[in-house]
Design a protein around this ligand. Structure first.
Ligand SMILES: [Zn+2]
Length: 363
């Protein structure tokens, strides 16, 4: 670290490793001070408080008890880190695996990070303070932020119901995961209505439930009962009456759904059916970014934005929860962070989600 003279303590289980460190540091270092100690991160009694704790590779070997040691060890390290804790794992999404190593799903780590210290999304701030489990080093400085509105727009739906409609599990998370988490945190009841599960019912249902829980939203599978059904197999009137039913029941203040330009044609069918439900009552009607697993350019012009800087990690964790669609197929999910970053640049925020406006009551 250039210009910094840290007081450094190195801890390792094995005497031979500590011996090597002592030798190398004595040969090379001209800055700061270092000491090296033999010990176990879970039980070691430190004699000082540390600003930063960096735990590298400590969960890499798959010993019998490694998995059980992760949480208590992290809790202990959080306790002795005043400013930050960084920890790494071998990724459960790695294309190849070595025997004897422990691989952890990124979604599980993210979920842990989001819920560390308290079991709510309110812990995001605490997790961020506690350490960069997720880093965003690539982000350039943000332009000047607009002055906060007297009544933040997110409070527009406080104590009211927001109905988000997606064709399949994962569509809502990809497009508006950050928005939904933010509206929920701002006091709205947020219902994620998924039309149907097109295949692999048990797995995808479980993933959808996990993702909705991460975002703090209610999940409804509209064509349910353990069956998989394709939207193209439904008559138009069936689809409209399905959405009519949920609009009548929930009386939403806003409906967010697919837009008319989508690579997936069944997404367009859902948009068309949602358009029809506007005859039932007034609600703000908004469309979200076309959702896709494999990136394809589709026409979309956001006309409204939601600053999701404080819920982006929840969004990414909710997307990662859909393992069968991304991780297990080797598909990366960083493009959704990139899209949010680009939309954020448009409004002077770190991350945002874009919406198209079909109908909105301005005042
Ligand atoms: Zn879909």
């Amino acid at each position: 670290m250039r210009g910094v003279q840290p007081r450094y303590t190195g801890l390792d289980l094995t005497a031979s490793m500590i011996e090597r460190c002592r030798k190398r540091f004595a040969e090379r270092s001209t800055e700061g001070s270092a000491r090296f100690v033999i010990g176990d991160a879970l039980t070691w009694q430190p004699d000082a408080q540390f600003d930063y704790v960096i735990a590298s590779g400590i969960f890499g070997y798959h010993a019998k008890d490694t998995r059980d040691r992760i949480r208590p060890t992290l809790e202990r390290l959080f306790g002795i880190a005043g400013a930050g804790l960084a920890v790494n794992f071998l990724s459960g999404c790695a294309p190849t695996r070595s025997p004897g190593r422990l691989y952890v799903h990124p979604a599980d780590v993210l979920q842990y990070a989001l819920h560390v210290q308290e079991p709510s999304l309110g812990a995001i701030a605490a997790a961020t303070k506690a350490g960069p489990l997720v880093t965003d080093l690539a982000s350039p400085p943000i332009a000047a932020r607009p002055a906060p509105a007297e009544h933040p727009p997110a409070a527009r739906y406080k104590d009211r119901t927001v109905l988000a409609i997606g064709a399949h599990p994962d569509d809502l998370e990809l497009a508006i995961g950050g928005t939904l988490a933010k509206l929920q945190k701002s006091g709205a009841r947020v219902v994620m209505a998924v039309i149907s599960i097109p295949g692999d019912y048990q797995t995808r249902r479980r993933e959808a439930e996990e993702a909705a829980a991460i975002l703090g939203c209610e999940l409804r599978i509209l064509v349910d009962g353990g069956v998989t059904r394709r939207i193209e197999d439904m008559k138009t009137y069936e689809l409209v009456s399905l959405l009519d039913g949920v609009v009548k029941e929930l009386q939403p203040a806003a409906v967010l759904t697919h837009g008319p330009s989508e690579i997936h044609r069944d997404h367009v069918l859902v948009y068309n059916a949602a358009v029809s439900t506007q005859r039932l009552r007034y609600f703000d009607f908004l469309s979200y970014h076309p959702s896709f697993c494999r990136p394809v350019a589709v026409q979309f012009h956001p006309r409204a934005y939601v600053d999701v800087s404080d819920t982006i990690e929840a969004k990414m964790a909710a997307i990662a929860a859909h393992r069968s669609q991304f991780c297990n197929r080797g598909l990366p999910i960083d493009i959704y962070r990139d899209i949010a970053r680009m939309n954020g640049r448009m409004i002077g925020a770190q991350y945002a989600e874009g919406l198209d406006v079909s109908r909105i009551l301005v005042a």
